[in-house]
Structures are given as structure tokens and as C-alpha cells.
Ligand binder design. Structure first.
Ligand code: NAP
Length: 242
């Protein structure tokens, strides 16, 4: 059995990624922060796709909790390893910098950047040992172009892109790839409350993207066929920023 871990797999893009990886034959470990009913629905969809999965509730920003969850899984699966990691968990706490509370800065960097470290670091050794691994980090167009009202989110996603490039160089020899995806506006809970009608006028494709469109790209980057693509950032944004 082959295993994939998707952080933030309970909803939105993460859920679509879990289902797609299940269709590729992976047993999917569905991480989430607190929304158990949504995570259970993802697990149901994974099983419907023909494989199996497990729920893994932990806060990726919490180093102790994350390490304990990963170590417990590894102890229960001594002969197996997680060969695909999709660092997808993310939050936004938008505000102009002048009014941004310190906790909103820290929270966003905590989930995206510390989360990347907390989850990726303990999994690297076994990927290197098995000489195969796929890491996909969910960045954002905001981390490439910078968006007003999102200095925390842009900083976090920009940092994640830089980390992606650095790690890709460290692990390439071991047949491990590390890439980032930078979505534009994708229809999920995260964009609830945004003015879709006026925002879509700024997008050449004239619409928001779907989680499934992002999942297709994740799936390709995770496939053996994508073995020579590493350290890259792939934009999925309907032409919003090129
Ligand atoms: P979403 O619908 O809001 O879902 C967020 C997911 O992350 C949920 O599964 C949530 O778990 C999980 N999560 C949040 N904080 C967590 C934590 N501390 N530990 C573990 N899991 C946590 O978001 P989405 O739109 O699918 O976004 C997924 C990723 O794509 C994020 O990194 C986001 O920044 C990025 N992105 C999204 C868009 C967009 O337009 N939607 C654009 C660019 C980039 P619970 O269900 O338990 O809360």
C-alpha cells in the first residue's frame, strides 16, 4: 500500500487532492485542524474512489502535536512510509498592515511556514531512505505578486515558495521532487465573502477556478512521470498573473 498525507484535507482544495490521489491508488492520510465532519466526508469520498484513508487531526502550526501524530503513524506502520506529502493547510487573516494585530501575522506564518517545517522535516528521512518522494506545497498568487491587505499571507506564501526551491535542491539526488502550486481565486470556503462578481472581471478567464482543477496539477506533480520537475512554482490562476 502506498501512502499520501494531505494537510488541510477536510475541505476545499485539500479534499479534491485527497480524492484525486485516491483515484491514483493511494491510501490517503487526511489531516485537518478541527472540522471532523468535513474530514469524515473526505474519507467517505476517498473510499468511494476505491482506496482507504485515515483521519489525522493535528494543528500543523503546533510542532509537538504534529511530530507526535506523525511518529504515532510511523510506529503503527513500521514497514511503510509516506511517499507523497501535500502541504496544503492554510488560513488567511487579511488586514492592512497598519491595522494588523500581531496574532494575525503570527497565525498565518505559523500555519503556512512553521506548518511546512513541522510536517515535512519528520517525513524526509524515510523518503530519502526509499529514494522516492513527492512534496507539493500550496502557495498562492499572493506569494508571487504580493496583494494589498495580505502582507502576512503574501509573506507566508512567498516564504513557502523560497523554501520549496531550497529543499528541492537538497533532495533532488534522492529522487524526491519538491514543487509549489500558486492558485489564484479558487471556489472554496476560503474565498467566502469576497465579491466574486467584481473580482472575476480582473481574471482573463472570467471565473474562479475549481478545487478539482488544482488537484489535477497536484496529481501530475506527484506522478512518476513528473520526476524531472522540481523546485518549480506552477500558477493556476486563469491568467490573472503571468
Ligand atoms: P479552506 O477551504 O479554507 O480549507 C482549509 C483547510 O486547511 C481545511 O481543511 C482546514 O481544516 C485546514 N487547516 C487550517 N488550519 C489548519 C491547521 N492549523 N492545521 C491543520 N489543518 C488546518 O481553504 P482552501 O481554499 O481549500 O485552501 C487550501 C490551500 O490553498 C491553502 O493553503 C490556501 O492558502 C491555498 N490557496 C487557496 C486559494 C483559494 O482561492 N481558495 C488561493 C490560493 C491559495 P478544518 O476543516 O479542520 O478547519
Amino acid at each position: 500500500m502506498k501512502y499520501a498525507l494531505v494537510t488541510g484535507g477536510s475541505r476545499g482544495i485539500g479534499r479534491a487532492v485527497c480524492v484525486k490521489l485516491a483515484h491514483m491508488g493511494y491510501n490517503v492520510l487526511i489531516n485537518y485542524a478541527g472540522n471532523t465532519s468535513a474530514a469524515e466526508e473526505t474519507l467517505r469520498l476517498v473510499r468511494e474512489a476505491g482506496t482507504d484513508g485515515e483521519l489525522m487531526k493535528f494543528d500543523v502550526a503546533n510542532a509537538t502535536e504534529t511530530r507526535a501524530a506523525i511518529e504515532a503513524w510511523q510506529m503503527a506502520h513500521e514497514d511503510e512510509y509516506i511517499e507523497i506529502l501535500v502541504n496544503n493547510a492554510g488560513i488567511r487573516r487579511d488586514n492592512i498592515m497598519g491595522l494588523m494585530p500581531a496574532e494575525d501575522w503570527t497565525a498565518v506564518l505559523g500555519v503556512t511556514l512553521n506548518g511546512f517545517y513541522n510536517v515535512t522535516q519528520p517525513l524526509l528521512m524515510s523518503m530519502q531512505f526509499h529514494k522516492f518522494g513527492r512534496i507539493v506545497n500550496m502557495a498562492s498568487v499572493s506569494g508571487i505578486m504580493g496583494m494589498q491587505g495580505q502582507t502576512n499571507y503574501s509573506a507566508a506564501k512567498g516564504g513557502l515558495i523560497a523554501a520549496t526551491k531550497a529543499l528541492a535542491k537538497e533532495v533532488a539526488k534522492k529522487n524526491i521532487t519538491c514543487n509549489a502550486i500558486a492558485p489564484g481565486f479558487i471556489k472554496t470556503d476560503m474565498v467566502e465573502g469576497l465579491d466574486e462578481a467584481s473580482l472575476k472581471k480582473t481574471i482573463p478567464a472570467n471565473r474562479f477556478g475549481t478545487p478539482e482543477e488544482v488537484a489535477e496539477c497536484v496529481a501530475f506533480l506527484c506522478s512518476p512521470q513528473a520526476g524531472y520537475i522540481t523546485g518549480n512554482v506552477i500558477s493556476i490562476n486563469g491568467g490573472l498573473y503571468t
